[in-house]
Design a protein around this ligand. Structure first.
Ligand SMILES: NC(=O)c1ccc[n+]([C@@H]2O[C@H](COP(=O)([O-])OP(=O)(O)OC[C@H]3O[C@@H](n4cnc5c(N)ncnc54)[C@H](OP(=O)(O)O)[C@@H]3O)[C@@H](O)[C@H]2O)c1
Length: 288
């Protein structure tokens, strides 16, 4: 399956390209400079030149707090531009996968969010991702994959930050314990997207790793792996005010994914172990 990826140099874009290589499938993963999603003609050019069977849009303005100040930019890149990606897919006769976020929900729930639950973004980022979903789903061959709390090589993430702080001895570390969600390892999400694309899934599908946990719970696992005696202290969200509000309960129901693909979602702890090993190997090789 020929796959064209916009936002191909980000954390998930790289993982999709790596999964394509593993499967011996042709992938063209473009940087922002090569394919700015706001540039409709450029996207149409790439779709015509590469003739993909599927286009995956990973391009996004992902700095959640910065989106509050740059609302127009967030709505343009994460929202309106998705119509250009969909038009490029339609022009090439390709399917479209739009990557979205748990932040489209308000986090006030107490059971995992299903695909058809009402949306209610709390932040500009969430609002912009909801607009992107709408623009994608206007195309009949579109699949929206909502994921949560991504981490992996090649981008900033919560585990990367916590690992660095612990390694630098910035402890005791105060970490929020009243936001519950589910980390998602980008190589697992990439595999999930390839599997869904190959099954020609459309509509909306949720994907995340298991089981649900708080940020504090994730930080404790990182500390246990990196420096077991490092002190990690649970705190509340109110002790950590940030420009963009975060959903308190952000667990996605993955029943539809598991039914479509025929396997359970992976445990995030296995991904975290692989991620920490990869980081340690890379630093070892670079002589840090
Ligand atoms: N990170 C998370 O926790 C999380 C959670 C749920 C869903 N998601 C979604 O998952 C997808 C992938 O996220 P990620 O974590 O891989 O993000 P990322 O590492 O920040 O990568 C985003 C990519 O988009 C590119 N980009 C930004 N503006 C662009 C534009 N105008 N045109 C084309 N490319 C542009 C960036 O290029 P530059 O580096 O040059 O700016 C970068 O390559 C996004 O849709 C995101 O909203 C992320």
């Amino acid at each position: 399956m020929r796959m064209l990826v916009f936002g191909g140099t980000g954390m998930l874009g790289r993982a999709l390209a790596a999964e394509g290589r593993r499967r011996n499938q042709p992938v063209l993963a473009l940087s922002r400079a090569q394919g700015d999603v706001r540039d409709r003609r450029r996207l149409a050019y790439w779709a015509g030149a590469f003739a993909p069977e599927v286009i995956v849009n990973c391009a996004a303005f992902t700095q959640v707090d910065a989106c509050e100040e740059r609302r127009q930019h967030a709505l343009e890149v994460n929202g309106e531009a998705v119509a250009h990606v969909a038009a490029a897919a339609a022009g090439a006769g390709a399917a479209l996968v739009q990557v979205s976020s748990d932040y489209v929900f308000d986090g006030g729930g107490s059971r995992p969010y299903r695909e058809d639950d009402p949306l209610g973004p709390l932040s500009v980022y969430g609002e912009s991702k909801r607009l992107g979903e709408e623009r994608a789903l206007a195309y009949e061959r579109a699949l929206v994959v909502r994921a949560s709390w991504l981490f992996g090589a090649g981008g900033p993430s919560f585990p990367a930050t916590i690992r660095r702080l612990i390694a630098d001895g910035k402890t005791p570390l105060r970490v929020v314990d009243d936001q519950v969600g589910a980390p998602t390892y980008t190589p697992y999400l990439a595999r999930a997207i390839w599997d869904l694309a190959q099954r020609r899934a459309t509509g909306v599908v949720h994907y995340r790793n298991r089981p649900p946990v708080s940020w504090y719970g994730v930080a404790c696992e990182i500390a246990a792996a990196v420096r077991p005696r490092a002190e990690v202290v649970p705190v509340t969200t109110s002790e950590f005010p940030r420009p963009a509000p975060r959903p308190a309960y952000s667990v996605l129901d993955v029943g539809r994914f598991e039914e479509l693909v025929g396997r359970a979602v992976e445990p995030w702890l296995a991904g975290l172990t692989d991620f920490l090993d990869t980081m340690a190997r890379r630093e070892g090789n670079s002589g840090d």
